[in-house]
Design a protein around this ligand. Structure first.
Ligand SMILES: Nc1ncnc2c1ncn2[C@@H]1O[C@H](COP(=O)(O)OP(=O)(O)O)[C@@H](O)[C@H]1O
Ligand SMILES: O=C(OP(=O)(O)O)[C@H](O)COP(=O)(O)O
Length: 397
């Protein structure tokens, strides 16, 4: 077979946008789930005789090279998992990329350096993004969009490049969409959505639409403190979106009016500083309306974890994005563990979405098949569930 999803790929240079945004500790990958999830598409293309050129991002560098966000460790892991060499270009579209792509034989795989080292990738200016997409497109004859975790981003390697090359949807994106569609069409009720994590400014907005769709919304992680502050409580040095207080008040009012349960934690695990380095770390449980001014909230407390588990027990459909606390550190992992455990016990469809949420359930020792589906995209899943148009999907049709 020399085609992939209807695209002629044999002997062609095929640019694949994957989401290889994995958690790193120093240069060590702490969870390679997203790399594993990218393999079937890359293997299928390679088997079909394509010259596979993978482009991806890591973290949020500021549009210029930054060694802390290099994809070099990812290239090494990708090579191990594919059991074949992966040529690594030390730039994204420059001389190294051009040389690496020119050196590929049929079936070979290369990875380009972090696409977000280029300001054009994430620019809001169409012309600047387009100019960078031109350079990316010049490296290939066709494009496969397989980075589900970024399909909600209107970025050059996701959106603009698809306008410049013959393109197809990758198998990972279509599998993810198939599962999520079940949650939007006829979710069995009660339908509970659990939100947490640290991308608060990105994800607070999704509550707007989810209030019309879910029966209960459970709020944990860094998302909590803007709500607590909106209720007039002290939140110390916790994550806070100070310009979203009115929005949170509006959500609380609408939830009350519409009968949707919007559940906030009643107790919080606090610490004087964000934990770094090996512990033990100072961790104290306080009431959510009595946080000390000089401490930060790093997990939901035990009473809240039990309440969240109880709210999840009758659910027939659950979507969860965003850890309940800084799960990477044992002192602040209990809330995330309790929610994960509750998801494994429901009688219905449980979906965990997001790079860190997926990493959390694996790191905390849960078997992947204990959940209905583990999605590689958190923000992307949430925006899909909201019913939003996703630029990276729309551009393919
Ligand atoms: N209270 C908190 N304060 C700061 N960071 C938090 C808090 N709770 C959770 N986090 C962090 O949120 C991160 C994951 O957030 P996010 O990227 O939104 O999730 P996902 O990748 O699953 O979509 C984790 O690294 C975790 O340590
Ligand atoms: O980690 C990701 O999303 P997620 O944390 O919502 O799962 C994706 O790689 C997208 O990254 P971005 O949110 O920096 O665009």
């Amino acid at each position: 077979m020399d085609t992939y999803a209807g695209l002629a790929v044999a002997g062609k240079r095929v640019l694949v946008r994957s989401d290889l945004n994995v958690p790193l500790d120093g240069g060590t990958i702490t969870d390679d789930g997203r790399i594993r999830a990218s393999l079937p598409t890359l293997q299928a293309l390679s088997r079909a005789g394509a010259r596979v050129v993978v482009t991806a991002h890591l973290g949020r560098p500021k549009g210029a090279p930054d060694p802390a966000y290099s994809l070099a460790p990812v290239a090494a892991r990708l090579s191990e998992l594919l059991e074949k060499p992966v040529a690594f270009a030390t730039d994204t579209v420059g001389p190294s990329a051009q040389e690496v792509v020119a050196g590929l034989g049929d079936g070979d795989v290369a990875l380009l350096e972090n696409v977000r080292f280029n300001a054009g990738e994430t620019s809001k200016d169409d012309a600047e993004r387009g100019a960078f997409a031109d350079e990316l497109a010049a490296l290939a004859d066709a494009f496969v969009s397989d980075g589900f975790g970024v399909v909600h981003r209107k970025q050059a390697s996701v959106y603009d490049v698809a306008q410049r090359l013959p393109h197809a949807m990758g198998g990972l994106v279509s599998t993810e969409i198939d599962v999520l569609r079940r949650l939007t069409e006829t979710p069995e009720r009660p339908y509970v959505v659990v939100l947490g994590g640290s991308k608060v400014s990105d994800k607070l907005g999704v509550i707007d639409n989810l209030l019309d769709k879910a029966d209960s919304l459970l709020i944990g992680g860094g998302m909590v403190f803007t709500f607590l502050a909106a209720l007039g409580h002290e939140v110390g040095t916790s994550l806070l979106e100070a310009d979203q207080l009115d929005t949170c008040r509006d959500y609380l009012r609408r939830a009350e009016e519409s009968g949707v349960r919007l559940v906030l934690p009643t107790d919080i695990v606090v610490s004087p500083t964000f934990p770094s380095g090996p512990g033990p770390h100072d961790a104290t449980v306080v009431a959510a309306d009595q946080m000390p001014a000089d401490q930060m909230g790093l997990d939901i407390g035990p009473e809240s974890a039990a309440a969240f588990a109880a709210a999840l027990a009758p659910a027939r459909t659950v979507f969860w994005n965003g850890p309940m606390g800084v799960f990477e550190v044992p002192e602040f992992a209990a809330g995330t563990r309790a929610v994960a455990q509750a998801l494994t016990e429901i009688d219905g469809l449980s979906v965990v979405g997001g790079g860190d949420s997926a990493a959390a359930v694996r790191q905390l020792g849960f078997a992947e098949d204990a959940f209905g589906h583990i999605s590689t995209g958190g923000g992307a899943s949430l925006e899909y569930l909201e019913g939003k148009q996703l630029p990276g999907i729309d551009v393919l049709s």
